[in-house]
Design a protein around this ligand. Sequence first.
Ligand code: NAP
Length: 483
Amino acid sequence: MTTTPVTYPTGALIDGQWITSATSFPVINPATGKEIARVPNLGAKETQDAVDAASRALGAWSAKPAKDRSIVLRRWFDLITANTEPLAQLMTAEQGKPLSEARGEVAYGASFVEWFAEEGKRAYGRTIPTTVASRRYITIKQPIGVVAAITPWNFPIAMITRKVASALAAGCTIIVKPAEDTPLCALAVAKLALDAGVPPGVFNVVTTMDAPAVGKVLTDDARVRKLTFTGSTAVGKALYRQCADTVKKLTLELGGNAPLLIFDDANLDQAVAGAMASKYRNAGQTCVCANRILVQSGIYDRFAAALVAAVEKLHVAPGTDARCTIGPLINADAIAKVEALSADAIAKGAKVMTGGTVNAAGPLFYQPTVISGVTRDMDIVREEIFGPVAALMRFETEADAIALANDTPFGLAAYLFSQNLSRAWRVAEKLEAGMVGVNDGIFSNEVVPFGGVKQSGLGREGAAEGLDEYLETKFICLGAIDA
Ligand code: NAP
């Protein structure tokens, strides 16, 4: 039964056409458990059609002057911005986040389109001083070609625009496979891209319940020159292997295990505000959420008490409730994971200071939780929690904090709170992470490079670096130049 009006397409998009299929799958509102819409369940054949379409469209799109592509992207930005409210409603319906956060994500997602509309005009090459009198050396930047994008459910618009806008600005064409849980936002922004003048075949969206089959076509086809993936490290590693035979360029935005360090010399209010922002946004379902909150002994008790007081003010409710600050988790597996990690920590001696149960709002709502006395033998410090549970660990010295923070195969985001500038700089340099927030719990935006080190991924999105990921550098040698 359909319970939320969907004013955007529910067909998949291939070669500018909205297509249906013999089988479909439901999109479920996690707050109510009800079906919102059904979308086509496409397979290998349709994915091949999408690659064919993107290959056909590549020549004309890549040949357009960057300024012409920029005008189309700018129109896309304007349309997304003008549709903020219906897009936010759709996002809350299929993903669950509070409407205020959904509006924020629409703006965040649109910001990448605006940024890359401009940045595409700056794909500069170089002239290089010669080594031989009769030669001149030049480099030019060219689009890498057809791109495949596979995206997660936690940011159903921003994870798509961050990839599509940079690829299109560079002159590439793209096939997007959105997450099974959140295909509607992907289809909505794709429709707005068509309305903005993106030509048929340049931006294709393949919806499916069979991610491995679609992923195999996208990784096996030699015409796909790049894969950009955001999701779990396990799936990212499998796709990395699958891309080896055709030697594709890769951007991998994978899982994290962010440490958030609070030193005795931190400003307590800033530390609590930063921890709240980093930990509880999107009900704890972001790759940059503080997974381990490491607190120095001298401030530990005061910080824990202040954090609990702030957490107890959060309001758990469906995202459409104006008071909501914590919506539902995405599905039953997410609840099971949070419960298992909490149970393991408690069995090994940690204590629940607040929360620790499912909320009465429904089976996918989890009470915001603080667990103290967490130690390194607990699963909760090794695995991504991906839920509204803060795990507090105690440390004594700066060296201990750095060692604990880096004791993970992941390296996406890290945070530190200290009023001592020397310490802040010193520790930021030593943290093994692609991004470090100093006295700040949320820092991602379109003008700065987003990405991780170690097993959190390869490459960067956003910023000038994000455009370069979709470009090849060609060296041209002009020989036989007369004196
Ligand atoms: P996921 O299970 O890895 O899924 C991500 C995408 O990969 C989905 O579209 C999924 O399709 C698809 N997929 C799954 N198996 C596949 C296969 N064998 N071949 C091809 N595609 C496949 O991750 P998730 O649960 O959606 O997202 C949460 C994870 O994403 C967390 O680990 C989080 O840290 C990470 N994340 C990272 C960033 C970053 O920028 N570093 C940002 C956001 C999220 P289905 O939906 O159909 O399964």
